[in-house]
Design a protein around this ligand. Structure first.
Ligand SMILES: Nc1ncnc2c1ncn2[C@@H]1O[C@H](COP(=O)(O)OP(=O)(O)OP(=O)(O)O)[C@@H](O)[C@H]1O
Length: 405
């Protein structure tokens, strides 16, 4: 026992020299150790000491991970924080979520955290942060740049890849272009009319409503905000609209969810009156192109789509002759035809590229003639063509199940 006490007092004296250094790394080390050492060295019996050690281990087990986690975060990680909605110069897909997860990227360990906090006056606000275990802020910057590039790419959609009836597409693009014209802006401002334009894309699912909206923003180089109505509440919608940038496209998807609570009763805390107020807010940024989409126009409250809020209603229909024709050429675009593909040789005779291109208009006609008009969505026809992307003949054959392959 005496040797144990001597050893502990020696350790104590060595430790005291290094204490100031440990205190730098572990704040609170001195008061804790000055409390623990007397217990360990002065307890009356071995059992007493063992009891103290067990007590300490329990305490460390309970509070240690959190304490060391906080220490790690404070001293050994770099962190970037953002309030949701404070960056108006980027594409934004808004889907509220709370939680934290760890991930590896390029040999670094990162933590992504998203939380909802109560700000002043009790308003909730969302914060997001990314930390990594290391002290070089460039690593975080690189990660964010990569995420941004990836995200921008995800929401890019070239207008030529969205097949709509030619006349309808032209009408829509011209309408938006005219709205964004400087002369139009002057016209609105001299008459003190809010410089905003609203569209409702409605009717059938999988007909390209969202894809076309993305392509409008891409084509006209406008900031795009995609808001999914079922995931929004009153506060987040207001906060988002307050942060919109000038000249932007706001895509409100599944707008019927704002007037019907049948879909997600648990999540739905967005009221129609808030939505209407936000849309009418005269403080909204100028040049806002609002696009609402729905597959159930009959469920919409008439107030939501009255003329001052929605200027143009566009019905997205099933594929007509013109669209089927366009889709055929889109998939078998001459530039992308595989000229060496086996399926392109007939009766064992290999055919030249020029010969195949000559056939395309004829094949397109056959395909258009076979596909029933206004019966299939663009997505359905596209998927049939893509399944036979190496061979237009197989696509034609598979329209009515004639494909013998
Ligand atoms: N007109 C089209 N041109 C090209 N691709 C299309 C077209 N319509 C649909 N697609 C394809 O089908 C998929 C669904 O399209 P999209 O989400 O744009 O349709 P939507 O009308 O918005 O559907 P929903 O109402 O179900 O949200 C996408 O992968 C898209 O590429």
């Amino acid at each position: 026992m005496a040797s144990f006490s001597n050893a502990t007092s020696q350790i104590q004296s060595i430790m005291s020299e290094q204490i100031s250094l440990l205190d730098l790394l572990f704040p609170g080390f001195t008061p804790l150790s000055s409390f623990v050492w007397p217990l360990l060295s002065g307890a009356p019996s071995l059992y007493g000491r063992l009891l103290c050690i067990c007590g300490m281990l329990v305490l460390i087990g309970k509070y240690g991970p959190e304490y060391f986690g906080t220490l790690l975060e404070a001293h050994f990680t770099s962190k970037m924080e953002a309030y949701i909605g404070n960056d108006t110069k980027k594409l934004l897909h808004y889907s509220p979520w709370n939680g934290r997860f760890y991930f590896w990227h390029k040999r670094y360990l990162f933590v992504f955290e998203r939380m909802q906090t109560r700000g002043e006056l009790g308003f909730s606000r969302e914060e997001a942060s990314i930390s990594y275990f290391g002290r070089n802020p460039d690593v975080l910057r690189q990660l964010l740049n990569e995420c941004r590039q990836h995200y921008l790419g995800l929401n890019k959609r070239d207008m030529s890849t969205v097949v709509l009836n030619k006349k309808l597409k032209e009408m829509l693009v011209n309408d938006i272009l005219e709205f964004l014209n400087l002369t139009t802006w002057k016209w609105y401002s001299t008459r003190s009319i809010p410089y905003q334009r609203g569209y409702l894309f409605y009717r059938l699912p999988r007909t390209g409503k969202s894809s076309f909206s993305l392509s409008v923003a891409e084509q006209l180089n406008l900031d795009l905000y995609i808001l999914n109505i079922p995931t929004l509440d009153n506060y987040s919608l207001k906060a988002l609209f307050a942060e919109l940038s000038r000249h932007c496209v706001v895509l409100l998807e599944d707008i019927d969810a704002s007037t019907s609570s049948a879909q997600m009763p648990a999540l739905k805390t967005l009221s129609l009156s808030t939505l209407l107020n936000v849309l009418d807010d005269i403080g909204s940024p100028e040049g806002r192109v609002l696009i609402m989409t729905t597959n159930h126009i009959e469920h919409l409250d008439p107030a939501l789509i009255r003329p001052s809020r929605v200027d143009t209603k566009v019905e997205f229909r099933l594929a007509d002759e013109d669209m089927i024709h366009q889709m055929f050429f889109f998939v078998y675009d001459p530039q992308s035809i595989n000229v060496t593909g086996d399926d392109e040789s007939e009766h064992g005779v290999s055919r030249t590229r020029a010969e195949k291109l000559c056939d395309l208009p004829q094949l397109a006609q056959e395909f258009v003639a076979k596909v029933p008009k206004l019966e299939f969505s663009s997505a359905e026809i596209m998927s049939l063509l893509l399944a036979n992307k190496q061979s237009p003949r197989h696509a034609i054959a598979s329209v009515d199940g004639e494909d013998q392959r």
